[in-house]
Design a protein around this ligand. Structure first.
Ligand SMILES: [Zn+2]
Length: 91
């Protein structure tokens, strides 16, 4: 019990997403398949252009207008994406 002094720091490190590109693609494929019809943006209900994914936190569709506030890593490599920021895969 000697390592519980700084919980916030530990949380940041423990939260590191280690999703590989294959995991992200699989999640997107699964999410698309789960939608009945065409995916819609969760914010404005227009046709979705991107799938936002962060392992264990975010799995949702967004349109091009709403993707930028949520992710700066459009078509980004998950391994180069800062922790805590979803990657956006173009549909
Ligand atoms: Zn939208």
């Amino acid at each position: 019990m000697a390592s519980t002094d700084d919980g916030s720091m530990a949380d940041l490190r423990a939260d590191g997403g280690d999703a590989s590109s294959a995991d992200v693609e699989a999640a997107k494929t699964h999410a698309v398949a789960a939608v009945d019809g065409d995916p819609e943006c969760v914010l404005c209900s227009s046709a979705a252009d991107y799938f936002l994914f962060e392992a264990g936190h975010v799995e949702q569709f967004v349109c091009w207008e709403h993707v930028s506030p949520h992710s700066a890593a459009v078509e980004g490599d998950p391994e180069e994406t800062p922790e805590g920021r979803p990657v956006a895969l173009e549909l």
